[in-house]
Write a protein that binds this ligand. Structure first.
Ligand code: PRT
Ligand code: MG
Length: 223
């Protein structure tokens, strides 16, 4: 018979940079994930702590899992969190800590040679392709720039190259992706890093172990 461990803490992570950059933070407290997500097909990964497990979900699903209690806590990019909360609200989501990992910036980019400043000055209407529709809409509204937002789920860089958009709003870290596609950054919207998010009810019910984990993360980033 399967018995539920009511003390089990479930941490939601996404494969790739968030998983890779969260591991060293956990390691400072001797916590290790016992399977490699790149080689294992498992979605629930045990750790060397009997009461802590990791679930692997899509990056954009981390806030959803935490908000609905599928996970007690998770690590998610601020970009993803802002979009999630704009659409679904932040009720039940406690956001105590900027982990300062997976850092990048959210920017506006246009094809090299496109006169962005001139168009903005003229009051032209710009077509902007992005996955971050709420952030983009808010940014351009605050600047008083008229935009038509085109929602894409990936490969935003392609849209201006094939004439579908004038500009993109996307994340930039090294700048190599923009460069490879002859795009240039024309605005920095905001710096981005990943945050710890916690299910409010879980924090009340499992206060001691969750507070201990918050302490571990806080100490790790203070190092
Ligand atoms: O890839 P998938 O569609 O499954 O999901 P995802 O893209 O949301 O996940 P993932 O793992 O790629 O990103 C998770 C989080 O990492 C994001 O939510 C960000 O908070 C953070 N992060 C940090 C980044 C980057 N840096 C980053 N450079 N996320 C994406 N990128 C992409 C960017 O979109 C662009 O396509 O990398 C490209 C630019 O990189 P440079 O180095 O060429 O400038
Ligand atoms: Mg990605």
């Amino acid at each position: 018979m399967r018995t539920e461990n009511f003390n089990m803490i479930t941490l939601a992570l996404s494969k790739g940079r968030i998983f890779d950059e969260t591991l060293p933070l956990l390691k400072t407290a001797g916590i290790e994930v016992l399977e490699n997500p790149e080689t294992s097909r498992k979605l629930i990964l045990p750790t060397n702590q009997p009461d802590l497990r990791v679930v692997l979900v899509r990056a954009t699903d981390v806030p959803t899992y935490v908000q609905y209690g599928g996970a007690d806590l998770g690590v998610t990019g601020q970009d993803t969190l802002i979009e999630h909360c704009a659409e679904w609200g932040a009720t039940g989501l406690y956001q105590p800590l900027d982990l300062r990992i997976a850092q990048c910036r959210m920017s506006v980019a246009v094809p090299a040679g496109f006169d962005y400043a001139g168009k903005v000055k003229q009051g032209a209407r710009l077509r902007v392709a992005t996955k971050y529709t709420h952030t983009a809409r808010e940014f351009f509204a605050a600047k008083g720039v008229h935009v038509d937002i085109i929602k894409l789920y990936g490969s935003m860089e392609l849209a201006p190259l094939i004439g579908m958009a004038d500009a993109i709003v996307d994340l930039v870290s090294s700048g190599n992706t923009l460069k490879a596609n002859q795009l240039v950054e024309v605005e920095h919207i905001m710096p981005i890093s990943s945050h710890l998010v916690i299910n409010h009810a879980a924090l009340k019910l499992k206060q001691e172990p969750i507070r201990r984990l918050i302490g571990i993360f806080a100490a790790a980033i203070a190092q």
